[in-house]
Design a protein around this ligand. Sequence first.
Ligand code: NCD
Length: 362
Amino acid sequence: MRSLIDVLDLTVNEIDELIEVANDIIANPDKYSEKCKGKKLATLFYEPSTRTRLSFTAAMMELGGNVLGFSEASSSSAMKGESVADTAKMLSCYADIIAMRSPKEGAPFVAAKAASIPVINAGDGGHCHPTQTLGDLLTIKREVGRLNNLTVGFCGDLKYGRTVHSFINALSRYENIKIVLISPEELKLPNYVKYEVLDKNNMEYRETTSLEEAIPTLDVLYMTRIQQERFVDIDEYNRLKDSYILTLDKLANAKKSLAIMHPLPRVNEISVKVDEDERACYFKQALYGKYMRMALILKLLKEAEDKKKEERFSLDDVVINQYICTNPRCITSTEQELDHIFRCVDKEHNIFRCIYCEKRAN
Ligand code: NCD
């Protein structure tokens, strides 16, 4: 049995297989309409969501299954102080698979460790969002035609944008990918992604503050919203919120084959006039996300027939309570009884990271 916490929990071959299944679902929806008959998906959403929760719901319904759950922390026992692990154990009695979103980084991983059914990370704080990435990959495959040999620009809030972190991780495994990071100084990509994903995989990348300058070189432009809810200082948010607005003028020098993506919701980053441009892919992207979630639910439920849990990584490289995680968004900051577990991710430089939120220890 397996959960999906990080997109790297899946091999490239497995992602290819999911894409194949998703394409088959698009072509033959009837074939899949009863595949999850009698199965239940629990959606545990401790943070607002429209697309992700509803696309999980639609995905399960289109597979013939049922859905139960809640859409805000205030309507769950989290308000009474119930731990994530207890909620996950209890849910294992009611459902067959869980999709969980939390503002706490690492919460879905804690749930997966406690649950006896598969857990899918539907977004954890500013950390990662693997199912968004699966939909993003299908979008590129269908709209651009390839996942290798691409120049991909990420624009906006690269610091807190979890969709960006997961997507860059996924792209690191394809050939000849060039990355252009377009953000204000204050919202640059975190070092752990820069050094341990881009540098470690020898990926070509550059940073710029200018969207106009970057646009002509791009095959894919991934716009993102400035993540208001992750800011400690609201004045800083107000200063940065309109940093980038994609308009038709700015697209004048873009490639004809450009794919414009956005995980949505859009606040102000893309003018609605761009929606009519045939390069705009963001609404299709939301649709493709549903198909990839269908393929993923099928895969994880199939694997759950084998009850034995698969560990996400070797426990030989971890140290327990030797370091304390200082990330205020980490699940260890609220769940007092959780051990602080750090894993050696780079033996040569002796780098340890929190297994929940990936914050560096030393
Ligand atoms: C994204 C998220 O929740 O991280 N939304 C989504 O799931 N499609 C992006 C965002 O909220 O900006």
